[in-house]
Design a protein around this ligand. Structure first.
Ligand code: ATP
Length: 697
């Protein structure tokens, strides 16, 4: 956001003067027309189209509560210029909230998806900072918190567009693994998954502040609101009287489909809608990855994309932007369910049932935005019919209708042959299988989600799997207390919203982050006596919680047999002739000698590679520096720049985007790897000797 550049200091002074005059006028105008607390500006009839705006002939000011157009509001000319020509007439939530927020009140706003809540807080933020003459030297003037990186990026873009004539500097802060945070989608941000981050931010905020909270499904929990210390907030719920909870222009359908037919139906649906922009919701990253990869191989005849929380930040952002532009199919987790304003989505297809009604409302809200039409289709398994009943029973209504499915084209056989041709997909399919079932198992609404009613074997076949992966969590359910499941699944929060709740403990876990049981090491009958099994499984759980077992020798690997059982170290060296598992000391020494030599060679190779990387990096940096120097020299030859132009050149952008630096990560990784390599040999030898000693003692 940049102010137009004045040519000389005289012009700058003039500009400062007019700024001060405008601010004074705006302050007086706002003061003169403050709406009464608790009143709804929508109930006030708008003034005539040609009524005066701002100061009136009698020395008073025009009213602004109840007006219909942005130009009638007491906001700066720069903001009005930023809004035009796209935004002329206000939406209901904007009309209802802006008169209150512009005069500094806290707001708790709820309005349907796609109804323009973003501008309802972007405008007061910009105006508040402008009227306070907030400059970069004053520090952070406003924080906008949103639950996902893409949404934060979108809000940042809107702030830049509307504030483009202002001199504010804005930054976009997005975390690497966890989010940093704008105050949009308030109910989501206030839920348990963001508690630590939000509390940390709130603790740093000044007591005297203005807080604006917006969502399509607003929280009214007194406890939640107390955490934010809202001061006499205005509760603005513009669609509270509305007949429907979802946009009126949205056509909503549901279809009953068995689990093993879902992919067939999805494929048939995509093939039947090749000219449509389709957003497909699945329950976990692994589901998304698998469906995206296999459908891509089957070439449906429309571009396919995927979006989930495990993707690199820059790829996520690029995918989001591409889907805004291009007619394609986007497979996504709930990371795309809230706030994102993809343009002109024709269909939202929910292949996996949403966890609750707010989740349903946000997902379908990605289509039918701002007076545009859209359609949504919800796949429900026979065991999930209760969700349909719940959706129909909610007030205000969700007008969803059941549709009969035609016989879909079967792709299961094609998927099976793909898994044979591309073995790496086998693992994707197994993971998709396990995480999906586990997410159903962990869902809290047991009226809807019941894993025991699902055709598990048929589901595996439908994914192309020839063998049904083991589901250890189902076995554990009968004889292990739920808390041990918690131990294995408790994970750090990420922005992927496919979270589910443990029924017993209400602990928040995410299906994506749940470990794949199919990959869990199992007890090895040949090396562990029967009685030690329980202890072994406890050890496995402990290791998983710690993630890194500090006591394991560096550079060691855990090996598994074909059934996924752990093969104890040195098992391969056991005397095959005696068959009793005994090991000759000479064999072991010989083995370690070989390993030692192999590691020396690897160590050397790694060091060479690392040096080469450093050399490449330095060359790149030198080239960059040289280029910058040349450009600067070229720039110096021109003499017709005003001083602000020079500032511009030195500081080409006042707005900054802060992303995680993946390159740096790589360098750090290389450093860490080098460091660990340097201790590997010595440690390896010491541990080997210790191991040998313990075996023969
Ligand atoms: N006054 C307006 N005039 C024209 N278009 C508008 C207006 N306000 C918002 N829009 C457009 O409407 C679309 C939806 O707006 P926005 O993303 O703010 O909705 P939202 O209520 O925040 O939705 P969600 O609940 O999904 O987050 C955007 O494309 C935005 O540019």
């Amino acid at each position: 956001m940049r102010r137009p550049k004045p040519k000389c200091s005289g012009a700058r002074k003039q500009r400062r003067l007019s700024e001060a005059q405008e601010i004074q006028l705006l302050d007086s105008w706002i003061e003169a027309g403050i709406p009464d607390p608790g009143t709804n500006p929508l109930a006030i009839s708008p003034p005539p189209h040609d009524a005066p705006i701002g100061r009136t002939k009698d020395g008073g000011f025009s009213p602004y509560a109840g007006v219909r157009f942005f130009r009638q509001l007491p906001i700066s000319q720069r903001t009005k210029d930023g809004l035009a020509p796209k935004y002329v007439e206000m939406s209901d939530i904007q009309r209802a909230s802006l008169p209150h927020s512009l005069c500094g009140r806290d707001i708790l706003g709820a309005a349907k998806t796609g109804s323009g809540k973003t501008l309802a807080f972007v405008i007061p933020v910009i105006e508040k900072l402008y009227r306070a003459r907030w400059g970069p030297e004053d520090g952070v003037g406003s924080i906008i918190i949103s639950p996902t990186k893409e949404l934060a990026g979108q809000l940042f873009a809107e702030l830049k567009t509307v504030g483009k004539h202002h001199s504010l500097s804005a930054g976009l802060l997005i975390g690497g693994r966890k989010d940093i945070l704008v105050l949009d989608e308030a109910d989501r941000i206030l839920d348990a998954g963001f508690k630590t981050e939000l509390d940390a931010i709130i603790s740093q905020l000044p007591k005297r502040r203005q807080t604006l909270l917006f969502s399509a499904t607003q929280t009214k929990s007194v406890k939640d609101l107390a955490r934010l210390s809202l001061k006499d907030p205005e509760y603005i719920s513009v669609h509270a009287e509305s007949v429907t909870a979802t946009p009126e222009q949205l056509t909503q359908l549901a279809i009953i489909v068995p689990l093993d037919q879902k992919l067939n139906l999805l494929w048939s649906f995509i093939k039947a809608n090749l000219k449509s922009k389709i957003l497909v919701f699945l329950s976990s990253c692994k589901q998304v990855k698998y469906v995206y990869e296999v459908f891509k191989k089957l070439r449906p005849g429309i571009p396919l994309k995927c979006l989930h929380g495990r993707m690199k930040q820059n790829v996520r952002m690029a995918t989001y932007l591409q889907f805004c532009e291009e007619t394609s199919v986007l497979f996504s987790t709930d990371v795309a369910s809230r706030g994102l304003d993809f343009s002109a989505v024709d269909w939202v297809v929910q292949v996996d049932c949403p966890e609750d009604i707010p989740a349903y409302i946000h997902r379908v809200g990605r289509t039918a935005r701002f007076r545009n039409a859209g359609k949504s289709l919800l796949f429900l398994m026979p065991s999930e019919k209760e969700m349909f009943t719940k959706l129909r029973a909610v007030e205000p209504k969700i007008p969803i209708k059941l549709k009969k499915a035609k016989e879909p084209v079967s792709v299961s056989a094609l998927l099976a042959s793909l898994l044979v041709k591309f073995p790496s997909m086998q693992q994707l399919a197994q993971r998709a299988f396990v995480t999906y079932l586990k997410s159903i198992f962990l869902q809290k609404d047991k009226d809807v989600f019941d894993v025991s009613k699902l055709p598990i074997e048929d589901f595996a076949v439908s994914l192309g799997l020839s063998v049904t992966p083991k589901l250890r969590f189902l076995k554990r359910k009968s004889n292990v207390h739920m808390s041990s499941i918690e131990t294995t699944t408790e994970v750090e929060a990420s922005d992927d919203k496919s979270k589910v709740h443990n029924i017993n403990s209400q602990a928040t876990v995410r299906s994506d982050d749940v470990e794949d049981d199919v990959l869990l090491p199992k007890e090895s009958p040949s090396f562990e006596p029967e009685g030690d099994k329980a202890e072994l499984s406890t050890r496995i759980l402990k290791k998983k919680k710690l993630k890194i077992n500090m006591h394991r020798p560096l550079g060691t690997r855990v090996k598994y047999d074909d059934d996924g059982n752990v093969i104890p170290p040195l098992a391969a060296l056991a005397d095959k002739e005696t068959g009793d598992g005994s090991i000759h000391l000479g064999t072991v020494k010989e083995r370690y000698e070989k390993l030692r030599e192999a590691m020396k060679v690897r160590d050397k190779e790694d060091k060479l590679l690392h040096r080469q990387r450093l050399r490449d990096k330095r060359t790149k940096e030198k080239l960059k520096l040289k280029k910058r120097k040349e450009e600067a020299e070229e720039g110096d030859t021109g003499d017709d720049h005003s001083d602000s132009d020079e500032n511009e050149q030195r500081n080409p952008k006042r707005t900054k985007i802060y992303f995680d630096d993946d390159d740096n990560d790589e360098v750090d990784d290389a450093k860490a790897a080098k460091k660990s390599d340097s201790v590997t040999l010595a440690e390896q030898e010491a541990l080997a000797l210790e191991l040998l000693r313990s075996m023969h003692s």
